[in-house]
Ligand binder design. Structure first.
Ligand SMILES: *Cc1c(COP(=O)(O)O)cnc(C)c1O
Length: 228
């Protein structure tokens, strides 16, 4: 099967499985040519975890006028890369806002972004693995939510919560499920405390998206299962 047909088939099968959830194609291992094949197959949401790689791909898309694309940043964002990120054309969402300090830096640089709105997911470290970033406790999260809700006129809109399943684990299914349940619990806690009833969940990758779907995921971020 050609690469084009393979990618199209993978997207179609995943979409059938995840129903109304959003599929974000993670392109970090893929050349831009493959990302364009996925675009031609009707997928317009793509995620990258490094600003430099995202910038390169976004510029190719811009040059070729592939204007339906929506870029999602999903990696750990260093404060010194915020400016570069906000200059990326058609940046649609940041899934990985993992500290109050980073959020404050984003507000400070807000005017670098030329579009009208960026959706923000606050990242929670539900597995508590030390190499993962993210808010560790709900008490750590409240000041970030308070700040976002106090900045109603900002381009940054609180859209949801993100987490990743564990990497090192004996029983990845059970442990992934625990992490996804923990994220859904944070969603519920915030809904009660702030009357935020429409917070989305970004959880699930190639290995664990079926479990994430069962636990209520709204955005699955999938790389290898589309592109490999
Ligand atoms: C790489 C990555 C993914 C996708 O991983 P696959 O296993 O290739 O599906 C999803 N989310 C984040 C944050 C990633 O870094």
């Amino acid at each position: 099967m050609s690469q084009k047909n393979k990618i199209a088939k993978n997207i179609q099968e995943l979409r059938a499985e995840i129903k109304e959830a959003q599929l974000v194609g993670v392109t970090k291992y893929s050349p831009v040519e493959d990302v364009i094949l996925a675009y031609e197959a009707g997928l317009y949401d793509f995620g990258e975890n490094r600003t430099s790689d995202l910038k390169e791909k976004a510029e190719v898309f811009k040059t070729q006028e592939l204007n339906k694309v929506r870029w999602h940043f999903i990696g750990h964002l260093q404060t010194n890369k915020v400016r570069e990120l906000l200059q990326i054309p058609r940046l649609w969402a940041i899934h990985s806002v993992d500290s109050l300090r980073l959020l404050e830096e984003l507000y400070k640089r807000e005017n670098e972004f030329k579009g009208s709105e960026i959706k923000v997911f606050l990242q929670i470290n539900t597995s508590h693995e030390e190499e993962k970033s993210g808010f560790e406790t709900i008490d750590e999260l409240y000041p970030a939510v308070d700040l976002m809700l106090s900045r109603k006129d900002s381009k940054f809109k609180l859209h949801g919560l993100m987490t990743m399943g564990p990497i090192r684990t004996e029983d990845f299914e059970a442990d992934a499920r625990k992490c996804f349940k923990a994220l859904a619990h944070v969603q519920k806690t915030l809904a009660e405390r702030y009357h935020l009833n429409d917070l989305k969940l970004s959880m699930g990758m190639s290995q664990d998206y079926s479990i994430a779907m069962e636990e209520g995921s709204d955005y699955v971020r999938i790389g290898s299962k589309i592109f490999k």
